[in-house]
Design a protein around this ligand. Structure first.
Ligand code: BG6
Length: 486
């Protein structure tokens, strides 16, 4: 019996992924306005009450703005990519990147979100970054919104809970599509759009404290983002016909904890709650399984005339997603819990965990790719995957991150299997090719990079960049188009 060839297609887009608020720094430079991320303070592990620390209340924001909070705000300084982008891109080029995923910080371009005119200095910064990438033949892959809602939109409108934000966003999207149409061929609308239902402040600048039904606010905000995403898709296709635009989901692949039918149903429910977001983007309509969920949770989505048509007519060109781990669900209240990316589950005894308790599951990636491709028959793009770990710098400055190489190798092997299974996979951008500030905990010590950055959780350090062992390994992987993973 002949075996299917396990090879990556020609032109496969290898690279790395970042977000403006986690790398750029320069939070108040060259006319940038404040964003929601700039309000998130670092909370040391011992003081954290949950696995993550990223939600902020209105009272806290008021105190921060009044200068009453003495804390470190790591997303304000990132790793100073704003002033180091040439050096960083050179290192990406040395690894042979074909693509680099970054987000535009909306508040750098429209400082208040609702301004009539953009900030030229903000636009010029991204021009310079794109030019630098293109100089090395690296295609920019650009996310329009990655946890960086202009703070003014939260204070004035409660973020995406207010329909008017659709108009501000489409103005922003139109501005950047026109400006960068000759430089950018791959766009994503909202990073991990499902996060609006898990952390509405992070996903959409929405404050829910005091709300009668917080879930109503979240899903209404999600509706506004769906409509905005569809309008952006339309605009992108009109302005830049050669470009492709996709949606982005934090895929929370969930297994039943046992073969008890109650667990199986629970897992199906969790998967539906997650895939709802790609269902709307790819199929152009709300799936019927949400009707019951909305009814039982007293949620009524306010739609305007024309919304359904916009969603239907402007579906995405491809589906992108992040994948770090899998989860397991049980209908029983018992069972050991485990942490995850904003969402935990019950422990899966067959899997190992990262230093942060995320359950490592490379084969789950193969399953996920097959499942998504069967469901949508659209090209897929893995735009985040990686291992957050503590790294040790040896006396000679070297960093032997074989655990990271092992994680990535096993996931890439499963991507090959999925391609042999028939999945159309466009590319792979591992998360945090350079160490950056963690989204969920604002730690620097949770490192993902091939490139080490000398900076600690409080922002102390020289910011010097150095190559970890994984740097040379990933370079070889790209040079051989995924053939040599040793
Ligand atoms: C994804 C986000 O959820 O996971 C990134 O899109 C984030 O912004 C990444 O950084 C890893 O999560 P964390 O919390 O380890 O930074």
């Amino acid at each position: 019996m002949s075996e299917f060839k396990k090879v990556f297609p020609e032109g496969f887009l290898w690279g790395g992924a970042t977000a403006a608020n986690q790398v750029e720094g320069a939070y108040d430079v060259d006319g940038k306005g404040l964003s929601t991320a700039d309000m998130v303070k670092f909370v040391p592990k011992a003081e954290r009450t949950a696995d993550h620390a990223l939600d902020v209340t209105r009272a806290e924001i008021d105190d921060i703005l009044a200068g009453k909070v003495d804390a470190t705000f790591p997303k304000r300084f990132g790793v100073d990519f704003y002033h180091h982008y040439k050096e960083d891109i050179k290192l990406f080029a040395e690894m042979g990147f074909k693509t680099f995923r970054l987000s535009l910080n909306w508040a750098r371009i429209f400082p208040n979100g609702d301004d009539a005119e953009p900030n030229e200095k903000g636009l010029a910064f991204y021009d310079a970054v794109f030019d630098e990438l293109l100089k090395y033949g690296i295609e920019p892959l650009v996310t329009l919104s990655h946890y960086e809602t202009p703070l003014n939109l939260t204070l004035k409108y409660n973020g995406w809970a207010d329909r008017r934000v659709i108009g501000f966003f489409t103005n922003y999207a139109e501005t950047v599509f026109k400006r960068y149409k000759d430089k950018v061929k791959y766009w994503l609308t909202f990073n991990e759009i499902n996060v609006i239902s898990l952390s509405p402040y992070t996903g959409g600048g929405v404050l829910t404290e005091g709300a009668e039904n917080p879930m109503q606010l979240c899903y209404q905000a999600a509706h506004h983002q769906f409509v905005a995403s569809a309008i952006a898709t339309k605009l992108c296709h009109e302005i830049s016909p050669d470009a492709q635009i996709g949606c982005m989901l934090a895929r929370m692949t969930t297994y039943p904890a046992t073969n008890n039918p109650d667990d199986v149903l629970k897992a199906q429910y969790e998967n539906q709650m997650n895939l709802f977001f790609t269902d709307v983007h790819a199929r152009g309509k709300y799936p019927s399984y949400m009707n019951r969920f909305f009814k039982e949770n007293n949620i009524t989505i306010q739609k305007e005339v024309g919304d359904d048509e916009i969603l239907k007519e402007h579906t995405v060109d491809f589906i992108s997603f992040s994948y770090y781990m899998s989860l397991s669900a049980t209908a029983s209240p018992e069972g050991d819990r485990t942490a995850g990316n904003l969402m935990g589950g019950v422990k899966n005894e067959y899997l190992e965990s990262s230093d942060w308790g995320w359950q490592i599951d490379p084969k789950g990636l193969r399953w996920t790719l097959n499942d998504l491709y069967t469901r949508y028959e659209l090209p897929l793009f893995i735009v985040e995957n990686g291992l957050g770990a503590y790294d040790k710098v040896e006396e000679d400055g070297s960093i032997h991150d074989d655990y990271r190489i092992d994680y990535l190798r096993k996931h890439i092997e499963q991507m090959k299997e999925a391609i042999a299974d028939g999945v159309d996979l466009m590319g792979y951008t591992s998360w945090g090719p350079i160490d950056l500030v963690s989204a969920s905990t604002s730690e620097m010590s949770k490192r993902y990079g091939f490139i080490y950055v000398d900076q600690d959780d409080e922002g102390n350090g020289t910011l010097a960049r150095s190559r970890k062992d994984s740097f040379a390994w990933y370079k070889k992987v790209i040079a051989t188009n995924g053939e040599d993973l040793a």
